[in-house]
Design a protein around this ligand. Sequence first.
Ligand SMILES: NC(=O)c1ccc[n+]([C@@H]2O[C@H](COP(=O)([O-])OP(=O)(O)OC[C@H]3O[C@@H](n4cnc5c(N)ncnc54)[C@H](O)[C@@H]3O)[C@@H](O)[C@H]2O)c1
Ligand SMILES: O=C(O)CC[C@@H](O)C(=O)O
Length: 388
Amino acid sequence: MYQIKTLNKISPAGTDRFDKSKYAFVEEIADADAVMVRSASMHEMEFSPSLKAIARAGAGVNNIPIDKCSEQGIVVFNTPGANANAVKELVLAGLLMSARKVVPGIEWAKTLKGQGAEVGKLVEKGKSAFAGPELMGKTLGVIGLGAIGVLVANAARHFGMKVYGYDPYLSVDTAWGLSRETKHANSLSEIYQNCDFITLHVPLTPDTKGMINSESLEACKNGVRILNFARGDLVNTEDILAALDSGKVSCYVTDFPNDELLDVDGVIAIPHLGASTPESEDNCARMAAMELIDFLENGNIKNSVNLPNVKLERSGTCRLGVIHKNIPNMLSQISQTISAAGLNIDNLTNKSKKDYAYTVVDVDGLISKELPEQLGAIDGVVRVNLYR
Ligand SMILES: NC(=O)c1ccc[n+]([C@@H]2O[C@H](COP(=O)([O-])OP(=O)(O)OC[C@H]3O[C@@H](n4cnc5c(N)ncnc54)[C@H](O)[C@@H]3O)[C@@H](O)[C@H]2O)c1
Ligand SMILES: O=C(O)CC[C@@H](O)C(=O)O
């Protein structure tokens, strides 16, 4: 039996994919072959040698210690694009809310409770405090043109906005999906100087942490509206609060509230609801489950953030999945060790991603108990998994 541990609430659309005759859900991570997780932080967790894979039912993997996983040969998956539409829809709501003062207006309207027949008159008298501009004709800067950024950029065009997009690592596939009317910004300065609204759709990494700070805000237009549906730490809290106070920023919409941001004028703090739709939770859970099943049963890897994609049709009698450092001479040492064990290699594939590589070998004949140990002893081999 394969043992699965779920952290967070994972939709049954995913958990039901595991065949009950082959999979069991366990309480303790120490017993697990694989983990399904959403936003729970795994940075302080110990991983037992049984743990082979972690599937993030979502996009951001900053809650998972990727380097530690790679060193231990644990494959980390995510579910690219599976929640992008849900986030896009809330970003569009965020754009409207940031412009039209709907949230403070609703809060003010509640204070009129108990005024009886006067409510209508009071509404008309007080509403001018909550007027806000239209989106049509305004400029939106989208930072990060991945699954979500592209959808937001394209949809904003339908509001009549002029859209600038910035992404130095834009993939060819994504570029095909981007509206031709999106202006390609060559630098962040171009976004800051030109945009009335700026929306962030980049992963949180050491490079992007704090990218919105006093310096970048200084380069922005006065009264800019900032939307952050990506990760809280992309924006320096102290600096955005100062910019709200000075009027440099007129609204900050964030899906990642912290104590300092709550109940501040100009801040719209949403409790991380970007991906909280039944459709997106189902999509993410389903994709994460399918990734784990194909890896645990066949050693195939799709949508991993730390190892290459490898898909090999099963052949031979057994399969070995060897996770190793991306250094010279690994393939020949692996195949020599297998040949020395008297086994014929039926099929083999090898792919690399940054510092790590993955070799999948289908062999004819039965694999002895010693062979995985011999392969594991090769300098640079991190982990050997056996698939029967
Ligand atoms: N609020 C939510 O519930 C929610 C849901 C999904 C994703 N997210 C967050 O949004 C982020 C983006 O999600 P996605 O699905 O679009 O991911 P994605 O991987 O499809 O897109 C990220 C894009 O950012 C680009 N990028 C990376 N570094 C950059 C930089 N320094 N400057 C500009 N562009 C850069 C990449 O090239 C990529 O195109 C996730 O990493 C996650 O943190 C939040
Ligand atoms: O699981 C969630 O609800 C949020 C997921 C989101 O932050 C992501 O990065 O995909």
